[in-house]
Design a protein around this ligand. Structure first.
Ligand code: NDP
Ligand code: 2IT
Length: 445
C-alpha cells in the first residue's frame, strides 16, 4: 500500500468532505514512515481504523423564534476516537457547519488531545445554527432544543463537549442547564462552565494564552521573545481575545484583528481597554469587526481584506479554517515574518504551510499551538472530579507547563538533520504514536 492508494480509498469513502480529506492527508503524509515501519500498527490496520469515527450522531433540532415561527437546524456529534479517554472536543454553532467540517475538527482533536498528555479522546459537534441577529431568548431556546437530543449521547465518562466558534460561556450555561434538568445530575459533562457552577479559572483565556506560550517557546529557539515584536491576529473571538492579552503582557504589540467583513489595523496597538472592547464586539452577535474603527478612530478598517498584508514579525490566525492561503503566505514571507502560530484549527491552507516550511520559518500547527484550550478543559474535568478548584496561578502554571511539553514533543519528533524543526510532522507523529499504541493494546474493537 502507498500513501496515494491509502488516500484514494479514504477519498472514495468520504466523498464531498474536502476539509476532512485535507486534515487526513496532512496526518497520513507525516506519520506514514512511522506507521509503515511498525509491524504492530500495520497488522492491526491502525491507520484505516483511526480515520473512521467510532460513532457519528446526526439529529433534528426544531426550535421556535421570538415571533412564534418554527425553524429546523441539523445537530451533530462526531465521536471520533476514545482509545485514550472519553470523547472530548468543542461544539461549533455556525451556518457553515456540515459533516466534513466536524469530521476534520474531530479528527484533529484526537491528536491534539493526545499531545496534551491528559486522558482525553477526540470528538466534535455542533449545528448550522446562525446566531447573527438572534435574541438571547432565541439562543437559549436553541441551546435547550439541541441538548434535548444530545444529552442521551454524552456523559462525564463518555463524551464531554465544550465551546468553539459561536459557543461561549453563555451557550455553555444554557446547554448545561438543560443537561442537568434532563439527567437529574450535577456533573462535569461540559467544560467552559461558569466559575460559580464548576468552571475553571483561566479556561476562557486558555486557548489564546496557550498559543502565545507555544509561540514564545518557538521564538526562544532563536534567542528571541515577544518583547518589541509586531503581531497580526485574525478573528476577534475567544481565541484572539486571549492571545491579545498575553502578547501585550509579554511586551508585544498586536496591530490587527479581523472579521468576515475585513480587518482592523491599529498602529497604536490593541491592548488595555481595547481588549475588553473585543468582548463587547463579540457579544453583539453582529458578525462584523468594522465597529472597532468607530470606537477607536486612530485605527483603520480595510473592508474585504485579510490582515496578512501587514508587515509583522509574528502572525497568529485565530478565526477559522483556510483563512490564510498561498498568496497570504508569500506576502508574510516577503515581509520577513519570522513565526506563524495557528490559534484556529487548520487556518493555513496546505500550500501556505508548504511555503512556511520551505522557507524554514517557525510554523506551529493548530493541533499543537491551540491545544491549551482543551488542555485547560482537561484541568477543569480534573477539578470537577476532585470537587475542588485550583487558583488562577495554579491553573496557569499547569497550562504553561503543558504547552512547554507539547513544544518539546514536537521538537523531538520533528527535528530534521539540519536542525530545523518541522512542527507539523513533530505534532502529528507525537500525537499519533500514543493513540496508535493504545489502540493496539486494546485489540480489534
Ligand atoms: P469565536 O466564535 O469566539 O470567534 C470566532 C471569530 O472568528 C469571530 O470573531 C468570527 O467573527 C471570526 N470569523 C469567523 N469567520 C471568519 C472569517 N471568514 N474571516 C474572519 N473572521 C472570521 O470562536 P473561537 O475564538 O472560539 O474560535 C476561533 C478558532 O479557534 C476556531 O478555528 C476554533 O475551532 C479554534 N479553537 C477554539 C478553541 C476554544 O477553546 N474556543 C480551542 C482551540 C481552537 P463572526 O462571529 O463575526 O463570524
Ligand atoms: O478546538 C478545540 O480544541 C476546542 N474548541 C476546545 C475543545 C475543548 O474540549 O475544550
Amino acid at each position: 500500500m502507498t500513501i496515494h492508494d491509502f488516500m484514494a480509498k479514504v477519498a472514495a469513502k468520504n466523498q464531498g468532505e474536502p476539509e476532512f480529506l485535507q486534515a487526513v492527508k496532512e496526518v497520513v503524509e507525516t506519520v506514514w514512515d512511522a506507521y509503515i515501519s511498525n509491524p504492530r500498527f500495520v497488522k492491526a490496520n491502525i491507520l484505516e481504523r483511526i480515520v473512521e469515527p467510532e460513532r457519528t450522531i446526526i439529529f433534528r433540532v426544531p426550535w421556535m423564534d421570538d415571533k412564534g415561527e418554527v425553524h429546523v437546524q441539523r445537530g451533530y456529534r462526531v465521536q471520533f476516537n476514545s482509545a485514550i479517554g472519553p470523547y472530548k472536543g468543542g461544539l461549533r454553532f455556525h451556518p457553515s457547519v456540515n459533516l466534513s467540517i466536524l469530521k476534520f475538527l474531530g479528527f484533529e482533536q484526537i491528536f491534539k488531545n493526545s499531545l496534551t498528555t491528559l486522558p482525553m479522546g477526540g470528538g466534535k459537534g455542533g449545528s448550522d445554527f446562525d446566531a447573527k441577529g438572534k435574541s438571547d431568548a432565541e439562543i437559549m431556546r436553541f441551546c435547550q432544543a439541541f441538548m434535548s437530543e444530545l444529552f442521551r449521547h454524552i456523559g462525564p465518562n463518555t463524551d464531554v463537549p465544550a465551546g468553539d466558534i459561536g459557543v461561549g460561556g453563555r451557550e455553555i450555561g444554557y446547554l448545561f442547564g438543560m443537561y442537568k434538568k434532563l439527567s437529574n445530575e450535577f456533573t462535569g459533562v461540559l467544560t467552559g462552565k461558569g466559575r460559580n457552577w464548576g468552571g475553571s479559572l483561566i479556561r476562557p483565556e486558555a486557548t489564546g494564552f496557550g498559543a502565545v506560550y507555544f509561540a514564545e517557546e518557538m521564538l526562544k529557539t532563536q534567542g528571541k521573545s515577544f518583547d518589541g515584536l509586531r503581531v497580526a491576529l485574525s478573528g476577534f473571538g475567544n481565541v484572539a481575545w486571549g492571545a491579545a492579552q498575553k502578547i501585550s503582557e509579554l511586551g508585544g504589540k498586536v496591530v490587527t484583528i479581523s472579521g468576515p467583513d475585513g480587518y482592523i489595523l491599529d498602529e497604536e496597538g490593541i491592548s488595555g481597554d481595547k481588549i475588553d472592547y473585543l468582548l463587547e464586539l463579540r457579544a453583539s452577535n453582529n458578525d462584523r469587526v468594522c465597529d472597532y474603527a468607530d470606537v477607536y478612530p486612530n485605527s483603520k478598517f480595510f473592508p474585504g481584506k485579510r490582515p496578512w498584508e501587514v508587515k509583522v514579525d509574528v502572525a497568529m490566525p485565530c478565526a477559522t479554517q483556510n483563512e490564510l492561503d498561498l498568496n497570504d503566505a508569500k506576502a508574510l514571507v516577503a515581509n520577513a515574518c519570522i513565526c506563524i502560530a495557528e490559534g484556529a484549527n487548520m487556518p493555513c491552507t496546505p500550500e501556505a504551510v508548504e511555503i512556511f516550511i520551505n522557507n524554514k520559518i517557525l510554523f506551529a500547527p493548530g493541533k499543537a499551538a491551540n491545544a491549551g484550550g482543551v488542555a485547560t478543559s482537561g484541568l477543569e474535568m480534573t477539578q470537577n472530579s476532585m470537587r475542588f478548584g485550583w487558583s488562577r496561578d495554579e491553573v496557569d502554571a499547569r497550562l504553561h507547563e503543558i504547552m512547554k511539553n507539547i513544544h518539546e514533543a514536537c521538537a523531538t519528533n520533528g527535528k530534521q538533520a539540519d536542525g530545523f524543526v518541522n512542527y507539523v510532522k513533530g505534532a502529528n507523529i507525537a500525537g499519533f504514536l500514543k493513540v496508535a499504541n493504545a489502540m493496539c493494546d486494546m485489540g480489534v474493537v
